[in-house]
Design a binder for this molecule. Structure first.
Ligand SMILES: [Zn+2]
Length: 573
């Protein structure tokens, strides 16, 4: 494609609201324009990237036996009422009425619509399994949509849903989709990890997230340095500690005047944070509960909430803490406390600890779990942390990463098929609910994540597989007949060799062309200049590397073709 004939309006400055690299570079590089908060138009370059990602997904899903369908974006509200999500999905669900007053939603996800489709036509175990997917626009009414494609309100998603007669078959498909996703993100040329995840609003019992690794990622991940274990911090398990023999020393009250925080108390008593236990009062559905975690650990509210089975969990107000403990905030402790006590396993394993004494300006020393207080439940209630022993293998330790979630696979079970009566007649003649899985990829988010992972101060550094074009061809002096002759010839030959090339033949200074080429970020750049042409060479540079190579004019097409073909299949950055 000739650059003068395509619409690539590059900008020197990013809009003030753009804060993250992918947003800044997609707007500056002429890929994307904003229409409303979190709603964007794709320009020709941007749409080519989306098409390339979609093609890889489509090929791999089809190869895995899934069939492509296309469901409506507008879905009747009654289907959402039937599944029960009309009431629980909240403000992100964009609802409206048609002219007859009927409720509709713009689909943020399509479980209801697909279940309605399948229950209408699938009656027998002979028609199962079935895996249907689509690549389609979704809408989620995010409150803060400022991160470009990273958290848009309107976005393109690949969503797939599978239906099975048995749990075993659904588990098989889950693993199969996991493997398919691994192939998809490898082919996109991205460095990623599959991590164990919370099932969140979609529901179900088993889930993995596919996370593109990037320092700017909003998700904190922990992965074992020895085995394949990896999980979102919210979900990561801590390995249960080995219990130490409890201390025989007697409980002792010590004065800690005005010392409330972990730092103040440990400094005052000459202890380390891991010798202290924090007593954190919470209200679970309005009722006070105390949680004990070691001074150097963070409470994990998701784990606690799951154990409590509570719908609502909040940190107690100062007033509620005083009511429950009889002491001002900062001196709560489990000894003599009247509320249920949820004790983290690391606390149970301590020989003894220091904690608040439930009176002002005092703490207890030599507190032993199950001797000086009785925990209601001992369990894993803390965030796993960098350096912790791996919960899965013997020798590994956890390492921290940051990631961007681009895909998720869920084992749904019968969460939707039971309320929506999506049943089939089994071989034994009995009617049973179908077992389901669902599998999503944020197509537009993959593009943004690829840039977050692959950019520098000058612009985007696309992996070959999802770059809008594979090479940039720059004519540095368009007024020079010999330069033009060589550039035109290379443009034609690159095209014949099957290389997707963006040919900058605009009447601009070389500096402008080099800047735009770096910003747009195509994997290879061929610059044709007067001096080189006189010597029979052009300059070849990979966007990813600083070196510029002089290559003979008659060899450059072959050299570029070899590099591009080798990288088209992805394989991870
Ligand atoms: Zn491990």
């Amino acid at each position: 494609m000739r650059l003068s004939k395509t619409h690539v309006p590059t900008l020197k400055e990013a809009p003030a609201e753009a804060e993250i690299p992918s947003h800044i570079l997609m707007v500056r590089g002429g890929y994307l324009r904003k229409v409303a908060a979190g709603v964007y138009s794709f320009l020709p370059l941007g749409w080519r990237v989306i098409q390339k990602i979609s093609r890889i997904i489509r090929e791999e899903m089809t190869r895995a036996g899934a069939q492509e369908v296309f469901l409506p974006a507008v879905i009747p509200g009654e289907l959402w009422q039937e599944s029960g999500r009309w009431d629980v999905y909240g403000e992100q669900l964009l609802r409206f009425k048609d002219r007859k007053g009927a409720d509709f939603v713009i689909g943020p996800t399509h479980e209801e619509a697909i279940v309605d489709l399948v229950r209408g036509d699938v009656r027998s175990y002979r028609q199962l399994p079935l895996n249907l997917f689509q690549i389609q626009t979704k809408f989620r009414d995010e409150l803060r949509a400022r991160a470009g494609l990273m958290r848009g309100r309107e976005f393109i998603m690949k969503d797939a849903y599978s239906f099975h007669a048995t749990d075993e078959d659904a588990q098989r498909e889950y693993q199969f989709m996991y493997d398919t996703y691994t192939r998809i993100f490898n082919r996109c040329g991205l460095a990623f990890r599959a991590v164990e995840a919370d099932t969140g609003a979609i529901g179900g019992s088993l889930s993995h997230e596919f996370q593109v690794l990037a320092e700017t990622g909003e998700d904190a991940l922990l992965a074992c340095d020895s085995c394949g274990y990896a999980a979102n911090v919210e979900q990561a398990k801590a390995r249960p500690p080995a219990a130490a023999a409890p201390s025989a020393a007697a409980l002792e009250k010590v004065a800690t005047p005005g010392k409330r925080t972990v730092e103040e108390v440990t400094a005052f008593l000459g202890l380390r944070p891991e010798n202290l236990v924090k007593t954190l009062l919470h209200l679970a559905d309005g009722k006070p509960v105390a949680v004990l975690v070691r001074g150097d650990h963070n409470l994990n509210e998701i784990k606690l909430k799951r154990e409590l089975g509570a719908r609502d969990l909040v940190l107690a107000s100062d007033e509620s803490v005083e009511d429950a403990t009889g002491a001002p905030v900062g001196f709560a402790g489990p000894v003599g406390l009247g509320t249920p006590i949820y004790c983290d396993l690391e606390v149970c394993a301590m020989p003894s600890c220091v904690c608040g004494a439930n009176v002002a300006d005092a703490h207890y020393k030599n507190v032993v779990c199950k001797r000086d207080f009785q925990p209601t439940v001992c369990g894993d209630f803390r965030d796993a942390a960098v350096g912790d022993a791996c919960p899965r293998c013997e020798s590994g330790h956890l390492v921290g990463y940051r990631g961007i979630e681009v895909g998720q696979v869920f084992f749904l079970g019968t969460k939707y098929s039971v309320p929506m009566k999506c049943n089939f007649l089994d071989a034994d003649g009995k009617e049973k609910p179908m077992i389901m899985g669902c599998y999503g990829i944020g197509v537009t988010r993959v593009a943004a994540a690829a840039i977050e992972q692959n950019h520098d101060k000058d612009g985007i550094v696309w992996p070959v597989a999802i770059a809008p074009y594979e090479a940039a061809l720059l004519s540095l002096q368009v007024g020079d007949p010999q330069v033009t002759e060589v550039a035109e010839r290379l443009y034609a030959e690159l095209g014949k060799a099957g290389i997707e090339v963006l040919y900058d033949e605009r009447d601009e200074r070389p500096g402008v062309k080099f800047k735009d080429a770096d910003l747009i970020g195509l994997p290879y750049r061929i610059a044709v200049g007067k001096k080189g042409v006189a010597e029979g060479v052009v300059e070849l540079k990979a966007r990813r590397s600083p070196e510029v190579h002089k290559v003979k004019i008659e060899e450059v097409v072959r050299v570029v073709r070899e590099k591009v073909v080798a990288e088209r299949a992805g394989g991870g950055a």
